[in-house]
Design a protein around this ligand. Structure first.
Ligand code: 3PG
Length: 396
């Protein structure tokens, strides 16, 4: 892989970013993913490049104005000269590139407004980069996706890694030879993380489980979970993974009558849960998890332990976040929600690294290659034959 520091001066750059920021009524509620991309933008601007900024936001089904990239363009315009084009490709993008001065930004619309992005359509990929000389890939958070702007475009023009992508892969390299005990905390609302746990079990000493995933494990081993959300398709696999002896599950929980911030709730030992929904771990589980975290020399954390956005279900995530932040070993948090929890609780600066990527980081932890990184390596062989190997060189 070559670094964006090697992009030729005065190029027109197609910069694929991961500016998939949370939006609330058109307002960006956490601009971290934009801020983290600014070093790449700054390097390209010092080279006099015109920069076409591309990102996806959310998962729109066609054109959905609530997921427009316009707020991203507005945010960037506090720092840079920005032209916003309400199209993903075509004449309007071409005209904006022509009109732009050196070092200007041209922000195009949400890539997923066109369904061909996720289908990795070859014609769409070529259209995206028609007006660019080179590609810079900086969307680390999306590198597990085989989409047109991720793995499609790199077949046609020279591509380089952005500084955020380099930094993220470099931090992940630190986990190749982790100090032990190595502990993973896997939580969050998505129940589909069993394959991540399977991969992690080969490397870690203990996995602490929270969120919806914990409910699935509890149910799988025959514990009562009331009306809690579970992933019943994963019960057999969860039971098999639990037999590894490396998985710690909640022994008590904060149980709500319904899924609402102001729901009546009580702390119950897991054995006593008859109905209601588990929305956080209880104090005994906190103690058990914290005792494990205190001994750890390496910790990776993906996903909040409870519904931390609602104060009465935030305690478990808070206590776990504090234990991770105070640990003097290598500590890495993956994903928007874990990052948001750390920022909200004021612990972000105590971490070795807070990654911009969630699913992608879990895929790497699972031991699977990232298609967009593989695509950059292929691109280097195809377009950079003269390369002497002095640029960024990360594999995973
Ligand atoms: C993320 O938020 O993890 C990335 O932007 C990927 O988004 P996706 O899961 O919608 O592909």
């Amino acid at each position: 892989m070559r670094s964006c520091k090697e992009v030729p001066n005065n190029s027109v750059v197609f910069l694929r970013t991961g500016m998939d920021v949370p939006l609330d009524n058109g307002k960006i509620t956490d601009p971290s993913r934009i801020e983290e991309t600014r070093p790449t933008i700054d390097v390209l601007r010092t080279k006099g490049c015109k920069i076409i900024i591309a990102t996806h936001i959310g998962r729109p089904k066609g054109k959905d104005s609530s997921l427009s990239a316009k707020p991203v363009a507005d945010y960037l315009s506090q720092y840079y000269p920005v032209h916003f084009v309400p199209e993903v490709k075509g004449d309007a993008v071409h005209a904006a590139v022509q009109q732009a001065n050196k070092a200007d930004l041209i922000v195009i619309e949400n890539l997923r407004y066109d369904e061909r992005e996720e289908k990795n359509d070859a014609v769409f990929a070529q259209d995206l980069i028609r007006h660019a000389d080179v590609i810079v890939q900086d969307a680390y958070a999306n590198c597990h996706r085989e989409h047109a702007s991720m793995t499609g475009v790199t077949k046609y023009k020279p591509a380089f890694a952005g500084l955020l992508l380099e930094k993220e892969l470099h931090m992940m390299k630190s986990l190749e030879h982790p100090a032990h005990p190595y502990v993973a905390i896997i939580g969050g609302a998505k129940a589909d993380k069993l394959s991540t746990i399977r991969g992690l079990l080969k490397k870690v000493d203990t996995v602490l489980v929270g969120g919806v995933l914990a409910n699935t494990f509890l149910k799988a081993i025959g514990k009562p979970v009331g009306n809690s959300k579970t992933d019943d398709t994963g019960l057999a696999e969860a039971k098999e993974l639990y037999a590894s002896g490396k998985i710690l599950l909640p022994i008590d929980a904060v149980v709500a009558e319904k899924f609402a911030a102001d729901s009546a709730a009580q702390v119950l030992p897991i054995e006593q849960i008859q109905h209601g929904m588990i929305l956080d771990i209880g104090p005994q589980t906190q103690k058990k998890y914290i005792a494990t975290l205190e001994k750890a020399k390496t910790i990776v954390w993906g996903g909040p332990i409870g519904v931390f956005e609602w104060p009465q279900f935030a305690e478990g995530t808070k206590e776990v976040a504090m234990a991770v932040a105070l640990n003097p070993g290598f500590t890495l948090a993956a994903g928007g929600d874990s990052g948001a929890a750390l920022v909200a609780l004021g612990f972000k600066d105590n971490m070795s690294h807070v990654s911009t990527g969630g699913g992608v980081t879990l895929q790497l932890l699972e031991g699977k290659p990232l298609p967009a990184v593989v695509a950059l390596e292929e691109n280097a062989k195809q377009f950079h034959k003269e390369w002497n190997g002095t640029g960024a060189d990360f594999t995973c």
